[in-house]
Design a protein around this ligand. Structure first.
Ligand code: GLV
Ligand code: MN
Length: 230
């Protein structure tokens, strides 16, 4: 007589594992807060997956206000772009709220170079100008669009993406994240401006070029670009 496969221990363990894994897709952003707010005490000497809360009695309206995105960023750098970040480090009121926002200014022809955010999905809103926004999937498929004022584009979590000003004047976008500190791994800086450096023979073999090319690229990034090491 055939045995009922659904009675086997292997089948039951597989079902149990599936049941345990099912809720995982809903855990796509920072953990939910356990209180109304938790304004970060950035001076505390300990932190646990975020920052300790400032005592509620010391919290005022100013803790929920940030003026840092009202000014145009300085785009006089090799990329012709500037990212101003309102994340938990600059705006402690965001602590535990699972949210942050950047202002990105572009000079004519400026690019926000390829980078990825390990901890967040990004949504880009164009305020002015014409901006080419693109990302590449883990399967190396490229998606892109040229956007104008009022249009938005979503960058799936963790994927390499960029923005380039393709209009005749300056451009401005705001980017929002479902993390208080999305992190940014900037591809050219990760590869060619790390400390200490990735050995040249790794890069020459990887890119199939000579030392001269690798040294030339490394030399472009000798002066670290503050906003890009966010
Ligand atoms: C844009 O991609 C940003 O990270 O702000
Ligand atoms: Mn980004």
């Amino acid at each position: 007589m055939m045995k009922n496969p659904s009675a086997s221990p292997f089948y039951m363990i597989s079902c149990l594992v599936m049941l345990l894994l099912l809720p995982l897709p809903s855990l796509l952003a920072d953990p939910d807060p356990l209180q109304d707010f938790c304004v970060a005490d950035l001076s505390a000497s300990t932190s646990v997956n975020g920052f300790l809360c400032k005592p509620a009695s010391n919290v005022s309206s100013d803790d929920f206000f940030f003026d840092g995105l009202s000014k145009e960023g300085n785009t006089t750098n090799i990329f012709g772009s500037n990212v101003t970040a309102a994340n938990v480090l600059s705006f402690p009121g965001l602590n535990t709220q699972g949210s942050s926002i950047n202002r990105v200014d572009f000079a004519i022809g400026g690019v926000n170079p390829p980078h990825s955010h390990p901890r967040a999905t990004e949504t880009d809103l164009v305020i002015s100008g014409q901006v080419l926004i693109g990302f590449v999937t883990t399967g190396n498929v490229y998606f892109s669009k040229v956007l104008t004022a009022g249009q938005i584009f979503v960058i799936p979590r963790g994927l390499v993406h960029f923005q380039k000003n393709v209009g005749p004047g300056k451009a401005l976008i705001f980017t929002t994240f479902n993390s208080q500190l999305p992190g940014a791994a900037v591809v050219p800086l990760n590869l060619f401006a790390s400390t200490p450096s990735i050995p040249n023979d790794v890069l020459t073999k990887t890119f199939q070029v000579g030392d001269d090319v690798v040294n030339s690229i490394k030399s472009k990034f000798v002066v670290k670009l503050g906003p890009y090491s966010r």
